[in-house]
Write a new protein. Structure first.
Lengths: 249, 116, 398
């Protein structure tokens, strides 16, 4: 049997039309499950934020970054261009070098208008009900558009295949190569009612440079301090409304 | 339609016959081990759902749970991967053996850990 | 006026050699894909600052050229320049071939190519990539329908051809917008970027059309009227002027704003400035213009071919410059401060492409080439004899 060329062309058109239309169809039905009290969604009205007091942060201290790597099983590949950094210490010097350098940690700012979420084609990056900007790695296709969009350099692609370290924290999945990842504000700890690992480590080391809390609660310590003290966010001009506040820059 | 007396037609018939024979042969060889492998018995119970239901639906269940956990923040500890390991101690005997038999390769454990 | 459309015979050794060469490219691309898949993206030159590298340069160049390759068809269908009607089939088909090659590279460079169908299941309509799923599949559909109407239902040709033309403008605007509306990267913040991409698609698409058309006709010993090529040369000159205009206007708007002085001096004088001056301006605009304005070179088909080659290379340079210079510009997290960290804060990103990326990109070229070669071999894409209509004179010659 031979198909004449015209019908082959027509068939190709039909297939392409199908491909164009297929995206509109929902392949996966919305789950319909009864919520028991234990499974109530996190619609607690909370809005998590962080306050970093750079006057209490010192250049020689890496407690927060170390705690983050241990808690979240973040490896160091020894390849500076491709290492994963959920939180990093940045040193600032004013251009005239008149003031002492400032040292501070930079992490995902969990913006209210996150550009990474806006550009993500599959909604793998999303905002959770309590304002956390998270990555659903099951959906990530590794297109890296979010890395292009994030002005804080908070995201890293997993360039290497890794195995879990022997003493891995079982509560945090390790990583598949080819997905993008970043700070989660230690979402697994927040859901257990604990502060992020970096904040805990900073407090334990008696630095007290990091404070974490709910800014929707006007009586929380962070709300009070944000009210009283002069703080700023990174690049407020971009209008992203970040939720990591800094004091002392 | 041409009648399939050409060389190509004959060849394709013969190769189909050979394929059928090979399939029958492999099936005959594997008769001794009939049925899917039984997953490892739980060391305690009961399971989060009926065991028979889980056998059929665990993949949808897990997929549904992962959406809820990751995106909605409904982390039900008793129904997590980590909790599976509380009763079914070996990932090899509980998950992998049957997946290998059914030739499905879910990539859960590329990232998730199954505690020993 | 139209002579009979025929498929090329494609029985010669030279033809199958070309098919073989394309197959080799495809195999190289496949090899590179599996190599990167197996080892992770660490074996590429890409890093956390430059996350889109050479594969994306190839992919986006092919996609931009794909939309531009429709020009010859649109010229006749939309703008009633009847002498190009005979190249309508060729033009729509070339679009499809280039699009498939470019998309393949884009898809195969994903970090998780196993998830490449997820964008069709979950959609975020704020993302240009989600729009691209529709724009690319829609463009391909329209091109196929356009082809079909040209083969069989001539009465709908105008309608479908016009739709395809409109779609291609939106498509390229979409592709260009990816690099025009990223607020966080100072270099990717110009509203003129998207129109410039459209202009580049006009030049490069026309140029690749000229190159393939002339070569196909020469190697199959068919007759192609030089006047037709010179008509396209004139269009190419006009499109190049458009590119130059947009490039200059962009600089003009940027230099009006003191806050972009740093970015602009980075582009015009920074580590990627050579690509901007030599590649985008020199190879992409000035050299071809000079060649085509020259009375001798511009009036020979060979000269137009050389100029077209420069234009295609220039489009590649334009995409490369947009991507690489844009991404390597250091983030300015704390304006007024000098920053340093273990994560290259305050440092320009560096990027050295690796062979695997080159092979992956060439794989896409191979796919496009293979589709093109087999397409003109098995379908009646080109007229036996391409002549300009009687009495048609070129309005201008150098």
């Amino acid at each position: 049997m031979t198909m004449d060329r015209r019908s082959v062309l027509g068939l190709g058109g039909a297939i392409a039309a199908g491909v164009a239309l297929a995206p509109g169809l929902h392949l996966i039905a919305a789950p319909a499950d009864k919520s028991t009290p234990e499974t109530a969604p996190v619609r607690t009205g909370k809005r998590w934020a962080m306050l970093i007091d750079t006057t209490r942060c010192t250049a020689d201290c890496t407690e927060c970054t170390q705690a983050c790597r241990a808690e979240n099983n973040v490896p160091l590949f020894g390849d500076p261009d491709r290492d994963i950094h959920w939180i990093r210490k940045v040193e600032l010097r004013d251009q005239n070098r008149r003031q002492a350098p400032i040292s501070l940690p930079v992490l995902c700012n969990h913006c209210e208008n996150p550009p990474c979420v806006h550009v993500c084609p599959t909604e793998a990056s999303f905002i959770r009900h309590d304002g956390l900007v998270l990555i659903d790695k099951h959906r990530c296709i590794g297109c890296r558009y979010c890395i292009i969009a994030c002005p804080y350099k908070a995201r890293s692609l997993v360039f290497y295949k890794t195995r879990p370290p022997r003493d891995a924290n079982p509560n945090v999945p390790i990583r598949a190569a080819g997905v993008v990842e970043k700070c989660t504000f230690c979402v697994h700890r927040i859901d257990d009612g604990k502060p992020p690992a970096c904040v805990e480590a900073c407090t334990k080391a008696n630095k007290g440079a990091m404070l974490f809390g709910d800014i929707n609660d006007p009586n929380s310590e962070i709300s009070q301090r944000l009210l009283k003290e002069k703080t700023q966010t990174i690049r407020p001009d971009l209008g992203l409304k970040p939720h990591v506040h800094y004091k002392g820059i | 339609m041409k009648s399939p007396t050409s060389l190509a037609g004959r060849l394709s018939r013969v190769s189909f016959l050979i394929l059928v024979l090979i399939a029958a042969w492999t099936m005959a060889l594997s008769i001794g081990e009939a049925g899917p492998p039984q997953p490892e018995k739980a060391v305690r119970g009961p399971c989060v759902r009926d065991a028979e239901w889980m056998r059929r639906n665990h993949m949808d269940f897990l997929k549904h749970k992962r959406e809820e956990t990751v995106r909605e923040g409904i982390a039900v500890k008793s129904e997590s991967f980590l909790a599976c390991a509380g009763c079914h101690q070996s990932r090899e005997r509980f998950c992998d053996r049957c997946h290998a038999y059914a030739v499905v390769a879910p990539n859960c454990f590329e990232c998730h850990q199954y505690p020993k | 006026m139209l002579s009979e459309f025929t498929a090329i015979p494609g029985r010669s050794l030279a033809f199958w050699r070309m098919v073989g060469a394309m197959l080799v490219l495809v195999l190289m691309g496949a090899g590179a894909f599996f190599y990167v898949e197996h080892h992770g993206h660490a074996v590429t030159g890409m890093n956390n600052q430059i996350v889109w590298g050479l594969p994306h340069v190839f992919a986006i160049s092919l996609l931009v050229m794909a939309s531009g390759a429709l020009n010859m068809g649109s010229m006749s269908t939309v703008f009633a320049v009847k002498q190009f009607e005979q190249f309508g089939r060729f033009s729509a088909f070339l679009s499809i071939a280039l699009l498939v090659g470019g998309l393949a590279v884009l898809m195969l460079d994903l970090g998780r190519p196993d998830n490449m169908l997820l964008p069709m299941v979950y959609m975020n309509f704020r993302s240009m990539f989600t729009w691209n799923v529709f724009l690319y599949t829609g463009f391909m559909t329209l091109c196929l329908l356009y082809l079909w109407t040209m083969f069989e239902y001539k009465q709908y040709k105008k309608l479908v051809g016009t739709a395809a033309f409109g779609w291609r403008l939106v498509l390229t605007t979409g592709t260009g917008s990816i690099f025009g509306v990223i607020q966080g990267r100072e270099v990717f913040g110009s509203a003129i970027t998207a129109p410039t991409f459209v202009a580049i698609s006009l030049t490069s698409g026309t140029a690749i059309g000229i190159l393939l058309l002339v070569h196909t006709y020469r190697r199959t010993g068919r007759q192609l009227d030089d006047k037709l090529i010179f008509g396209m040369r004139n269009a190419l000159i006009f499109f190049l002027a458009l590119v130059a205009y947009l490039l200059i206007v962009e600089k003009f708007t940027r230099f009006y704003d003191p806050s972009s002085y740093a970015v602009e001096s980075w582009i015009l004088n920074g580590p990627w400035a050579w690509l901007y001056w030599l590649g985008v301006w020199g190879v992409g605009v000035l050299i071809p213009l000079v060649l085509m304005f020259n009375r001798e070179i511009g009036n020979s088909v060979g000269g137009v071919l050389v100029a077209s080659g420069f234009v295609v290379a220039g489009a590649f340079c334009f995409v490369a410059h947009t991507l690489l210079a844009g991404q390597s510009y250091p983030f300015d997290l704390f304006p007024g401060y000098v920053t340093s960290s273990a994560f290259q804060d305050g440092v320009a990103g560096s990027y050295v492409p690796t062979l695997s990326e080159l092979f992956l990109g060439l794989g896409g070229v191979g796919i496009s080439g293979l589709i093109f070669l087999l397409g003109i071999r098995f379908f009646r894409m080109l007229p036996e004899k391409a002549v300009a209509p009687a009495g048609w004179e070129l309005p201008w010659t150098p």
